[in-house]
Design a protein around this ligand. Structure first.
Ligand code: FAD
Length: 394
């Protein structure tokens, strides 16, 4: 059975290696002039390739696909697979795993090297624009014939990508959920100018149409017209989907997440007793950058140099710092996103990731309606889709 794989990213390369190891003739068609271009950009060039803590809850999208692909994921098998390609892994002091080289280039090169060594044939600068069903076979671009076709075309994030393969699949009656940017920043007009460029450990709750959806925490970066940072990226798909459905999204940011409101109020009262002439702008600067409570002081009519002995109650100030509201009017676009949310849903595929309407055509990686959080979850999912396809083959 000869196989064509469309796309030489993490999922296509993994599938190519696994099939070639089984002795199947495999050709990869790739529109770029090289394999794994996106791998090169991962983890700021260091490639956060996996995570010690891989759990379904770190993925969003189609729950059935998440279960299908990730339920029997084995970290040890994954580490062994990578090691077998010549990629020993290590962590960065957290649960995130990287190649020992901390080089995304080495990951790309060694995946490609393994595929070539196993006999995979790569044809670059070839964009698949046409797929025809030809009896039991498939005819690609009127030129290449195969028995089995694997679509591993990735998503629209930071890719030179039109709707491409999703349009081709639509012609076969195969639907997909809306394709939206994820792992991206959130645009808002509500960040005070003075906070521009400040980073702080915060907790962030996202609400859709007033309803609480999720709480995340970590370092948030406040920018002039958006907020970014890992916790923001990890909830950006929620904002993207709700805005796409014309719903309203807002964030409540706690800029002092480590202390209860009462404790901070007590702290302020102590300061007032001990150092009554302290200017208001220094009141909480032992806790957080004073640019982060400058605007709250302004709204409460307290000048930065007002001695704290003149502040009657600290409660309104502390409550505002712990409940900063930002209305979200857009997400970052695909150029700013690390992944795409949305894609082919479970209703279109069998348990071996074969399209129900196109026998012997399989969909892998980011084309499926699954999005992982930051932390190596997306590359892991991509590899695991190739393993799932093979495991559930017969
Ligand atoms: C800046 C950035 C940093 C990231 N960092 C991390 C990280 O550290 N850890 C992590 O887990 N994830 C990370 N991700 C996400 C991760 O890179 C992707 O989820 C993953 O690479 C997707 O792999 P894929 O095989 O599905 O698709 P891709 O890697 O996008 O590969 C698809 C391939 O298909 C080709 N193609 C598309 N259409 C056609 C066509 N019609 N004909 C021929 N070829 C076609 C494309 O050119 C491409 O080479 C990051 C993403 C970005 C953008």
């Amino acid at each position: 059975m000869n196989t064509i794989i469309v796309g030489a990213g993490m999922s296509g390369l993994t599938a190519a290696i696994l099939l070639a190891k089984k002795g199947e003739p495999v050709t990869v068609l790739e529109k770029n002039s090289q394999a794994g271009k996106k791998i090169l950009a991962t983890g700021n060039g260091r490639c956060n390739i996996a995570n010690r803590k891989i759990l379904p809850e770190y993925y969003s999208g189609d729950k059935q696909i998440i279960d299908l692909v990730m339920s029997d994921y084995s970290l040890q098998n994954d580490i062994d697979f990578l090691f077998d390609l010549g990629i020993p892994t290590t962590d960065d002091g957290s649960d995130r795993l990287y190649p020992q080289s901390f080089s995304a280039l080495s990951v790309r090169d060694l995946f490609y090297n393994a595929a070539v060594s196993e006999g995979v044939n790569f044809i670059f600068d070839t964009e698949v624009e046409d797929i025809q069903k030809d009896g039991e076979k498939y005819l690609i671009n009127q030129k290449y014939t195969c028995d089995k076709l694997i679509l591993a075309c990735g998503g629209k994030a930071q890719a030179d990508y039109a709707e491409g393969m999703f349009d081709i699949l639509e012609n076969f009656g195969i639907s997909h959920t809306p394709l939206l940017p994820a792992l991206t920043s959130l645009k808002t007009k509500d960040v005070p100018y003075i906070m521009k460029g400040v980073r702080a450990e915060c907790s962030v709750c996202i609400f859709v149409d007033g309803k609480f959806i999720e709480k995340v925490s970590g370092e948030v970066q406040f920018n002039e017209k958006n907020v970014s940072g890992i916790p923001i990226m990890n909830i950006s798909h929620i904002a993207a989907q709700s805005l796409n459905e014309a719903k309203k999204a807002h964030l409540i940011i706690d800029k002092l997440p480590f202390e209860e409101t009462e404790n901070i109020i007590r702290f302020c009262e102590n300061m007032k007793r001990k150092y009554p002439d302290t200017p208001a702008k220094y009141l909480l600067s032992g806790y957080l950058n004073n640019k982060l409570f400058h605007d709250e002081l302004r709204i409460l009519g307290i000048k930065p140099d007002t001695p704290i002995k003149n502040i009657k109650s600290f409660e309104p100030l502390v409550k505002m710092i712990k409940n900063m509201k930002l209305d979200i009017h857009a997400t970052g676009d695909f150029d700013n996103a690390q992944v795409m949310c949305g894609g082919i849903p479970c209703s279109e595929i069998n348990k071996n990731l074969e399209l129900k309407k196109l026998p012997n055509v399989f969909v892998l990686g980011e084309m499926l309606d699954v999005t992982g959080e930051c932390g190596g979850y997306n590359l892991t999912f991509c590899r695991q889709t190739a393993f799932t396809m093979l495991k559930n083959q017969n």
